[in-house]
Design a protein around this ligand. Structure first.
Ligand code: WT7
Length: 565
């Protein structure tokens, strides 16, 4: 594959090799107030710090089918102070967990910053989750409060989560719920809780291949990585209009939907509502988006919507496009060169990383099909199953040397899961397989485990299987990711039914709906196959890799551990 010339050779990072050999994250600490005061709080650095300088700049532009609003940094500072005062009156204290469960809206962002000011730990979860999905997450970290909206609040398992004392609602309230509007009567002043760099920032739940979702706890120090990757990858300048299309229920939607731009004094765009190619192009045109961070599935859907559509919009404001979450195929980059007159830059990271760690930089030639090179200050490599570093071209485990500033602090209440990532200390094992070519570009191969990546969203097969077997007609289920040209992977379930259950299209639809209603829409299988028997290990574990191999028509491989099945 031919390399494309650097998109913006004059961008801030300058020559990649030079930056890589000379940069240290220590160099950027002077950009934060805490480097002088010793008082740490990301909400201060991302919002309050700007009030005296760019307080009147637009921090947030919100758009959905009914609302269109703008907030300055000063507005966000004051409103989040009011929210922090509300929490204080409710006796929320430093370290308390607070869930955020609502569709994207300005209130979500105001509440988020307000919680951080109190020193509470926000736990944002995607609005598509249903009761079981919420219960798994809430039951793990015992929140004292949840901020939600009248549209989704009925799914919150209030009875089951004993720690939950306060339900703060935007829109219609009932019973002893607290209205978000109550913030109007609160003081606009608030002194943030002053923390240390290693104190908690937030928790994102994410899925592994086994067990329930894990709570990835990040630390305040993550802001160092958010800040610098914004400068050098997204190439932020103060007058930029940044649109990160990810929901804050996922790490991309917080690290790059909130922190990275605001730490850099850059305004964000929030588009509410569902994906639609027309509305997305309209958003870029209307709000004059300059920096756009999105995912391959979205780009492929836009590509599929055709050039006739994109030609109707003025998209010339765009000057930097970056992608994350799934492999970015070169066809999409080629399309982008035509549709937007510039390439899309791939970036690789994961919830546990907290920031982009491998990327294509505006100053570096892009090799289509490659994820790029490690961020300066981050050491990345590929190691085999014994922890030995492999030569270029050899496929193995993608690993990062621990100690980059945004690396997770712990897995909530699960030391064992945390330690598993570091079995070859000092290397963090990502769970992805990859290789590095002779020129140092990293190439993605796949997941090593059974984790599914559908439309860039990470789904644990265990969660889906557990939900399926709650259905009265189901005995057992095995769930895999099946390759899909549009979505990367789709969720496919192999289901063993009870005797006498009525197989057929209706039952398939019912099961899909059952997962959607109980767990989450994005975790519902798109394909279901009824089987008489599921392949298992002797100890009774379902062999998903055998299901996958069969599905792909590949050699099933060594099945000696499979027992009688
Ligand atoms: C998994 C992490 C924080 C980023 C959003 C997803 C896959 C991520 C790429 C890429 C191929 C990618 C990996 C990774 N992934 N970026 N550029 N090319 N695969 O975060 O939900 O924690 O998922 O997404 O498999 O392990 P996540």
């Amino acid at each position: 594959m031919e390399k494309l010339k650097a998109h913006n050779p004059y961008a801030m990072m300058g020559d990649y090799d030079r930056a890589y050999s000379s940069f240290s994250f220590k160099d950027v600490e002077k950009n934060f107030d805490w480097s002088k005061t010793g008082k740490v709080n990301i909400a201060h650095e991302a919002v309050d710090r700007h009030v005296d300088t760019i307080g009147n700049h637009i921090a947030l532009r919100y758009l959905n089918d009914e609302r269109e609003e703008q907030y300055t940094f000063k507005d966000i500072s004051i409103l989040s102070n009011r929210f922090a005062n509300l929490l204080k009156e409710l006796d929320v204290v430093r370290g308390d967990r607070i869930f955020i469960f609502m569709p994207r809206s300005p209130e979500l962002y105001i509440a988020f910053i307000g919680m951080l000011k109190v020193g509470a730990i926000p736990v944002p979860v995607f609005e598509a989750f249903m009761k079981d999905g919420l219960l798994d997450r809430m039951g793990d970290c015992d929140p004292v409060a949840v901020v939600t909206s009248d549209i989704v609040k009925s799914r919150i398992p209030k009875e089951e989560v004993k720690s939950l004392k306060h339900v703060i609602v935007t829109g219609q309230t009932s019973g002893n719920e607290i209205s978000f509007n109550d913030i109007k009567g609160k003081s606009p002043d608030f002194e943030p809780a002053w923390l240390g760099l290693d104190d908690p920032l937030l928790i994102h739940y994410t899925s592994g291949s086994t067990g329930k979702p894990k709570g990835v706890l990040h630390a305040q120090r993550a802001m160092i990585g958010h800040y610098q990757t914004g400068k050098w990858i997204l190439n932020f300048k103060e007058d930029d209009v940044h649109w990160c299309t990810a929901d804050p229920g996922w790490v991309t939607g917080t690290s790059y939907g909130i922190f990275s731009p605001w730490l850099n004094g850059v305004g964000i765009v929030i588009r509410g509502g569902r994906f639609s190619p027309k509305l997305w192009y309209q958003t870029i045109e209307k709000l004059k988006v300059t920096v756009w961070y999105s995912a391959p599935t979205a780009f492929r859907l836009l590509m599929g919507a055709g050039d006739d559509l994109s030609k109707n919009f003025d998209l010339q404001s765009l000057r930097m496009i970056v992608s994350v979450g799934e492999p970015l195929n070169s066809e999409v980059i080629q399309w982008s060169l035509k549709a937007f007159n510039q390439p899309i830059h791939d970036s690789w990271w994961m919830t546990e990383c907290g920031m982009m760690v491998i990327s294509n930089y505006p100053t570096m030639p892009i090799l289509p099909g490659s994820m790029g090179k490690p961020f300066p200050g981050v050491e990345a490599t590929v190691i085999d199953d014994n922890g030995t570093i492999l030569d270029p071209g050899k496929v193995g485990n993608l690993a990062l040397k621990k100690g980059w500033p945004s690396m997770m602090k712990e897995i909530w209440k699960n030391e064992e899961k945390f330690r598993k990532y570091f079995k070859f200390d000092p290397w963090f094992i990502s769970g992805d397989s990859a290789y590095i070519d002779e020129e140092g570009y990293f190439h993605f191969i796949g997941r090593v485990d059974d984790v599914i990546n559908t439309s860039g969203e990470r789904v644990g097969p265990f969660e889906v299987e557990s939900r399926l077997i709650e259905h009265p007609a189901v005995i057992e289920a095995g769930v895999i990711g099946k390759p899909d040209p549009l979505r990367g992977e789709i969720i496919k379930a192999f289901v063993m039914l009870k005797d006498g259950a009525n197989e057929g299209a209706n039952l398939k639809r019912e099961l899909m709906d059952f997962v959607k209603k109980g767990l989450a829409a994005h975790a519902s299988p798109r394909e279901i196959e009824f089987v008489k028997i599921l392949p298992k290990t002797r100890s009774g574990k379902i062999l998903r890799r055998v299901l996958k191999a069969r599905e792909l028509g590949l050699e099933v491989g060594d099945t000696s551990g499979m027992g009688d099945n």
